[in-house]
Every structure is written in structure tokens, then in C-alpha cells.
Design a protein around this ligand. Structure first.
Ligand code: PGA
Length: 274
């Protein structure tokens, strides 16, 4: 079992978490190193107290995880960043071509796992049943899941879509397990790489998060550990999201590999961390 995680509880440290979802980038390990070096250089002059206000979770592609972990443990990053994976096999053991198991991730130092990302749901056909199996596997193996929830469009009864997605993804989870999850509210229409995308507004994202929290209480008798917003978060709009009390961090895709911009986002998050 892993040591207790320092970022999941809302108290006593209410820092704004920035989850860097690198997706299928960068192209090379050398570029991955550059991103980490840039973040490390940013952290270098900060005091211990200032560092306490920074919480980063790097989620690199599987093939870079080992190197990222090494770089993290040998630098200032170890005080402010933890490792996440972008996915996990739906079962702990067995023959599953192409999958990466929980124990492999654990040995690499991974503590968080993104589950049910909309690109996996809608581009790769991952249904709620698979998402649910991955979520259970992650929890059974002591990871903190970052479960992505979001409607595809705002046309029609989109809140019903959220309800169904939550029920399908979290089916059979105990109250304690739900309380361990980090929920990332990511409306699919807001993901930067989707055609015609634009970020949600901070007000509307907060309202959706409140709706999700209420629904979780109603269904499971508890809320999640934290709620993040994701979908076209940039240095330009991050402040609007991160200053809101309902939003305890951001799941950042495109901007997380644009190193200078990522630093700006970290800097904004720091201001709103308590
Ligand atoms: P984006 O991606 O920030 O590029 O919109 C977010 C995500 O897909 O998690």
C-alpha cells in the first residue's frame, strides 16, 4: 500500500491542484525533459512555504513515466509534484494485450490515474462498464482516481447525461471509495482539440460541479475528494476558474506541454492556494 496521499484531502491543505495531462505528447523524451526542467527552474527559488502552495501531477505517456519519475526524484520537483498515469488496465491480472497493469504503475511511482477521459470514451469507444472496471482496479490498488465526467453537448437534457455517466462509471462503489476520487468535470465540447471547442465559463463550470457534488451526495451519501475543471484551460483563463472555491484545480491538456504557459498557470494556481 502506498503512503497516504498529500493532495487528496481538502483539508488541511487546500491547494489548487494542476494535473498535466500530456496525452500523446511530447514527441520525444528530450522534450519531456525540457518541460520538467522548465518547471524545476521555476520551483528552484521558491521557499519551502511557497512550495507548499504548489501541487502538480504530471501524467506523461506510459513510455516516459520511468524517466519522468527519475527526473522528479532528483530535483526540486519532488517537493511539489507527483506522478499520474493517463490510463490503467481494467483488471489487475490476466492476459490483456497492450494494457499496463496497476502493479507496473505502482512500481514506477505512480499515485494517480486519469480514468474515463472523454477521448477514451468517445474516440476509442470506452463505455461506462470499462470505465467502472478501471476505477475499481485503481481503487483496489491504492491509486487516487481522477475520474472524468462531462456532457458531450449542451443540447437537450445534458444534466441527465451527467447523471447516467456518473451512475455508470461509479456503479457499485462504496461511500469511502467515492470520497477518495477526484472528479474532473470536463465538458467534451470544451476540450481544446475538439472542433469548434471553447472553454466553459467559470460560473457555468462551478454550477456544473455543484450539480455533480449534489448528485454524488444523493446517490452515494458523500462528495468526491476534490473537483477539477478541464477543457481549454490556458494561462489566459486559468485565473477565472482557479479563483472559484468550488473548483479545486485544473486538468490541463494542450497548455501542459507548452512549458512557458504551464508555468504561468502554476503561478496563478499558487495565488489561490491556501
Ligand atoms: P485541453 O485538454 O486542456 O487541451 O482542452 C484537457 C483534457 O483533455 O484533459
Amino acid at each position: 500500500m502506498k503512503p497516504p496521499n498529500i493532495y487528496a484531502p481538502r483539508k488541511p491543505m487546500n491547494k489548487k491542484l494542476i494535473v498535466a495531462n500530456w496525452k500523446m505528447l511530447p514527441e520525444t523524451l528530450a522534450q519531456a525533459r525540457e518541460i520538467l526542467e522548465t518547471v524545476n527552474n521555476y520551483l528552484e527559488p521558491l521557499s519551502e512555504l511557497e512550495l507548499e502552495h504548489i501541487g502538480i501531477i504530471f501524467c506523461p505517456p506510459f513510455v516516459f513515466i520511468e524517466e519522468v519519475e527519475k527526473m522528479m526524484s532528483l530535483s526540486r520537483l519532488r517537493t511539489a509534484a507527483l506522478l499520474g498515469a493517463q490510463d490503467i488496465a481494467p483488471q489487475s491480472q490476466g492476459a490483456l494485450t497492450g494494457e499496463v497493469s496497476a502493479s507496473m504503475l505502482e512500481r514506477l511511482g505512480v499515485q494517480y490515474v486519469i480514468i474515463g477521459h472523454s477521448e477514451r470514451r468517445w474516440k476509442l469507444g470506452e463505455n461506462d462498464e470499462v470505465v467502472n472496471a478501471k476505477l475499481k482496479t485503481a481503487l483496489e490498488n491504492g491509486f487516487i482516481p481522477i475520474i472524468c465526467i462531462g456532457e458531450r453537448t449542451r443540447v437537450g437534457d445534458w444534466k441527465h447525461e451527467l447523471d447516467e455517466q456518473i451512475k455508470g462509471s461509479l456503479r457499485g462503489l462504496s461511500q469511502d471509495s467515492v470520497a477518495r476520487c477526484i472528479v474532473a468535470y470536463e465538458p467534451v465540447w470544451a476540450i481544446s482539440t475538439n472542433p469548434g471547442s471553447h472553454s466553459d465559463t467559470p460560473e457555468s463550470a462551478s454550477a456544473s460541479i455543484e450539480y455533480i457534488e449534489e448528485f454524488l451526495h444523493q446517490e452515494y451519501g458523500t462528495g468526491a475528494a476534490r473537483y477539477l475543471y478541464g477543457g481549454s484551460v490556458t494561462a489566459e483563463n486559468a485565473e477565472g476558474f482557479l479563483q472559484r472555491k468550488e473548483i479545486s484545480g485544473a486538468l490541463v491538456g494542450g497548455a501542459s506541454v507548452r512549458k512557458e504557459e504551464f508555468i504561468e498557470i502554476l503561478n496563478i494556481a499558487r495565488q489561490f492556494s491556501k
